[in-house]
Design a protein around this ligand. Structure first.
Ligand code: COA
Length: 364
């Protein structure tokens, strides 16, 4: 008799030892390479967190400058490889990002974290520009990664407060345990394949609405609700129709996702600077209503706001179109994907789980 248990979602299955990040779902804590996310986000440049993930220590001084230069060079080299004429055929930003990234090769130098992280930012921004009717803007290597991304994407010189909001976001999402896209990247890396292939697989996994595709729909939901007073009724109707509330629930967290608080704080800072979109109060009301309704429906399974909930409102306030939200998630998470590719390569072990056969017995 087959006594193996089928773990269809691999819940709780440990597939790797990692030094990169720890997600404590019970206490709602995210530690990135020895640093609580609350201490990094809002206080640390994306370059520094990328360097932390890639080298294990927060770079300072010349080491930080070296990461900055490498990322800038990655953006410049990626722009040289961009086939901009192909972008208009992609209605979806993640499709465009996947296709543009897939053109890169290790032979052209795209086998380092900085090159690949630079490339994802350039291609995400280029697609957003083309979609808005413009032409892709060449990178400015003098700017920080976050500032240059925002400038390439919006076509305008980036406002410092908005850059700070975006940078907080990029840092907050840079790594998050063994999430689905990171796992996809590690599976590809474990076969001995190249880093471009691993990142392309990860982009494909991130695209799904159960992973990185949620923030656009969160904003759609807030628009549909419109007024805080309508939140409870709207949420009830969605649940009654059997639909999921986007931005709520998480595979690991049994409490509110700590990243939701970090992004909510960044949004509040933008609001204080007079740059927000007036949606913070609505978002808070919808979150309260959704949490209450989900608690009533699933009393044994705490379902609270996840990172996507405030991502939507923050990135909107930063000036991004909702179609660019998922590609921007990729622009942050690629730093973690690259670090996991390096870590996986170092193990040298193929990831190859098993399945249980439930098909028909062989014909006699
Ligand atoms: N809205 C409504 N119901 C939800 C829900 C949500 N956001 N999240 C979970 N549930 C329900 C599930 O349908 C399940 O109900 P069932 O037993 O009747 O099928 C129950 O709550 C338990 O779900 P759980 O096992 O905890 O979910 P999961 O671990 O498979 O899924 C997510 C986690 C993130 C995929 C899920 O919460 C979800 O779809 N959230 C909305 C999408 C989203 O915000 N994604 C971004 C994640 S960072």
């Amino acid at each position: 008799m087959d006594t193996t248990v089928t773990m269809s979602g691999l819940d709780g299955v440990v597939v790797a030892d990692t030094r990169l990040s720890e997600v404590d779902g019970e206490r709602g804590r995210l530690v990135v390479a020895g640093h609580d996310i609350e201490r990094l986000a809002g206080a640390t440049a994306f370059e520094a967190v990328a360097g932390l993930l890639w080298s294990g220590a927060l770079p300072q001084g010349e080491a930080l400058e070296a990461v900055r230069r490498a990322l800038a060079e990655g953006r410049v080299r990626a722009f040289e490889q961009l086939q901009a004429a192909e972008l208009p055929r992609f209605a979806d930003g993640m499709d465009a990002l996947r296709a543009a990234t897939a053109r890169l090769t290790a032979e052209d130098g795209f086998d380092t974290p900085a090159r690949l992280t630079g490339a994802v930012a350039v291609y995400a921004a280029a697609w957003a520009r083309v979609r808005a009717g413009g032409r892709p803007l060449a990178p400015d290597p003098q700017l920080s990664h976050a500032a240059d991304y925002l400038r390439m994407l919006t076509g305008e010189p980036a406002d410092p407060a908005r850059v700070a909001g975006l940078e907080t976001y990029l840092v907050t999402v840079a790594d998050h345990g063994m999430n689905a896209s990171t796992f996809a990247a590690r599976v590809v890396a474990s076969t001995g394949s190249d880093a471009v292939s691993a990142i392309v697989a990860a982009i494909g996994a991130l695209k799904g609405p159960l992973h990185g595709g949620a923030p656009g729909p969160v904003l759609d939901m807030l628009d549909a609700i419109g007024e805080p007073t309508r939140a409870a009724q709207w949420i009830e109707a969605e649940l009654a129709a059997g639909r999921r509330i986007m931005g709520m629930g998480h595979r690991i967290y049994r409490v509110r996702d700590p990243r939701a608080a970090v992004l909510e704080g960044a949004l509040a800072r933008l609001e204080q600077a007079g740059l927000a979109n007036g949606r913070l109060a609505l978002a808070r009301a919808v979150e309260r209503a959704a949490e209450g309704a989900l608690r009533a429906k699933y009393p044994d399974r705490p379902l609270a706001a996840n990172v996507e909930f405030y991502t939507a409102v923050l990135l909107d306030a930063v000036g991004l179109d909702r179609a660019a939200f998922s590609p921007t998630f990729a622009a942050g998470r690629v730093a973690g994907w690259c670090a996991h590719v390096l870590e996986q390569r170092a193990t040298g072990r193929l990831i190859r789980p098993a399945s249980r056969y439930v098909g028909p017995a062989p014909h006699a």
